[in-house]
Ligand binder design. Sequence first.
Ligand code: ZN
Length: 481
Amino acid sequence: MEKNFYITTTLPYVNAAPHIGFALEIVQADIIARYERMKGSNVIFNTGTDEHGVKIYRKALEEKKDPQVYVDENAKKFDELKQALNLSYTRFIRTTDPHHITAAQEFWKRCEASGDIEKKIYRVKYCVGCELEKTDSELQDGKCPIHPNLELEEIKEENYFFKFSTYEKKLLEWYENHPNFVLPDFRFNEIKQFVKNGLADFSISRLKEKMPWGVPVPGDDTQVMYVWFDALVNYVSTLGWPEDEKTFEKFWGRRDNPNAVQVAGKDNLRQQSAMWQAMLMSAGLPPSKQIIIHGFIISGGQKMAKSLGNVVDPFEIVKKYGTDALRFWIAHEMNTFEDGDFTEEKFVESYNANLANGIGNLTSRIMKMAISNDISVSLPSESDGYRKAVEILSDLEEFSIKTTIQKVWNEIRETDRYIQETEPFRVIKIDEKKGKKIMEELVLTLWNISFILEPFLPDTALIIRKMIQERIVPQPMFVRK
Ligand SMILES: [Zn+2]
């Protein structure tokens, strides 16, 4: 039976250029989406940009631009990641899209009809960096621990709240009945504990006169939506919800068969696996199937900061080393669910060992041997290649990206070792038939490796297959740095 697979990243704010941390998230999602396509699944892969809110509004004012002009310019930079990282997403949603705006309003109306939206006085300390309200127990020295350089804001106004507190039991029940709802386990435990500790209603609108850059609240033109009912609803509006019920059910799933996989950073655990899920329940929609939480990339042992001069720009890395080199680093050098440290020195070390000397050298050795000895192999079909590959890659079902790519590199190393042990280039001079047989075997192995490589290094995989099919003398694929 045909499987419909839906995966989405979070939507980054367009108030800064794409960050390496987002590159990590979207490459992880891309690997899974490509693997699902190899299995024959019908895939919708969503990403996009979150374009409303106070940070963006202020930034646009600062640059003396109309907010729409400002977000148009910045959204383009995020779409450019598609080429830079060779991403295979099929939807790019912008929260300023007219359809998204009407969907967000419809979502609001449904939650209001469930009695979960009410007006109250809102008075809170607020971190503009996180776009989150902070309770005193979450602060360190009176500051947000993630944004120690930002002053917390004190806010007091009348606005709308979502009755998050009424969803404590329902969320815990959902978690209980869906034991793989959040990956990894330690993050799942963290969110369970958070919900058990009791939920506070959260503010979902702002006074329009103070912050006009948002989706108008239905039935109250003095207020605009604040972040959550706007940004999070993209995951369903991108599927054509509410009008396109068929696509929605196929990809988002049903309550008894949820289907949506969401990838998010550890700073988004609460938003994605609790707040958004409660909102879905309130709107009468099925919760997500699974929330995958990744760690952060730090740089040279420290959190990236402009002031430290250690910010890693994904576009620069790609320019210098190539798309697949960055994809490789993300898959192979990052612990899939934990923080990882980027230094250019270690990046180059791994590049030389695994790409220049690893797959690059292996391909070149085998292809040179095959061409100079006129080896011709009858190649299995591509669908055969994919069928075999998905078995080897099946750990990707659990999102174990690092473990899976390590298997691929074991295969590459094994093949290298096999060449060293069998020395076909020597054997062929003594026993032509035997030598040719080993070489044929090696070409077939390289052919198979190209398929297991494909979700991680899609370009490299295609280049290898083209070389084999068209018997092209190999150019070095990854030049030593
Ligand atoms: Zn913060």
